[in-house]
Design a protein around this ligand. Sequence first.
Ligand code: NIG
Ligand code: FE
Length: 395
Amino acid sequence: MAQLGLLERAALGIDLATGTIEFAGPWEAVPRDAMAPGCPVIDASGCVVLPGFVDSHTHLVYGGCRADEFHRRCRGESYQQIAEAGGGILSSVKATRAASGEELEAAARQRLHCFYSAGTTTVEIKSGYGLEQGTEIRMLEAISRLRETEPAIICATYMGAHAFPPGADRTAYTEEVAAALSRIDEDGLADFYDIFVDPLAFGQAEAEKIIAAGRRTGMGLKLHGDEFGDDGTAAWGAALGAVSIDHLGGISDAGIEALAHSNSIATLLPGTMFFTRHGSYAPARRMIDAGCAVALATDHNPGSSMLYSLPFVMTLAALNMGMSPEECITAATINGAHALQLGSITGSLEPGKRADVVIAAVPDYRELAYHVGRDLIRDVFIRGRAVKRKGLPAV
Ligand code: NIG
Ligand code: FE
């Protein structure tokens, strides 16, 4: 079982000059000289103070809105039928190609502020709704501008391999994605690259061509894999040293075993099953018992997971995947940070780490996943600066 290092009557000291945690421990042990006269004190009595949440898998940059598809699905059309009728990923591709970089950035910034409000302080954002390099780069540049202007840690992932563009020659498009990697890396536009490995997307042989090029860059590999069935992606991806393998609704016992003995993080995205009413929830219980390091993320995207809140993802994980409150919190904080190779700078409340902190208006951390549709996140601090205070935006 995950250990939270729970403390009651605790204090957290923040150095505002560096935005890092100076002290975290029992109230009685606060160093005498810790507080300069007049330094601000925030009373969190009756609340739970925890690390800012880390959402390690999102598609936050895109054009358009697919509310129509959502309601068509609610009335019985399947995701597949809608995709075949020109909807699905391709409808977002059309809208994203038509949007300017500024429009993409502004819409993503608004969504990011909703994430802050739900307690998220670190976000990974993927490209992948361009499927031609000009738009992919425009998406990555929008992510870069967010990174430069927002207080959150923002990681960028190049996902040209999200789908094949309509009418594309598979070999030519795979080569185009592989060829784009070195330039993206040189321009500092992405920290990771991601490939959707699926019978309806990229096969392993195609993915290997992209990975061969990716290995010549400094970017870490992420994979969407074993989403609807066992394609062997978990074991294959773990052997390739993927930083994380995400989805895993169809993972096999052999896949679980391989992941448990690897350094890859298993990132589970229960929002997609909830939102599409399709697919199986990943066997988180068996995975954790086998020794897999599990992270939770929203997979926010306009088609299959229009989710903004990691506490809500925790509710889904507890209800549908047998995860304990401790495991949910671990998965949405420190394990998410490891899925972004940021475990040494955020994801837990320890001296020297960034002061990314959430105050939740509940007396017990087990209530976090228990209340649904009620905003429990009272305050959110990123590097010690409030982005939400007393339930209201502070940015
Ligand atoms: O590929 N997780 C990533 N993308 C989803 C689809 C997103 C969409 O419908 O736009 C997927 O299944
Ligand atoms: Fe995704």
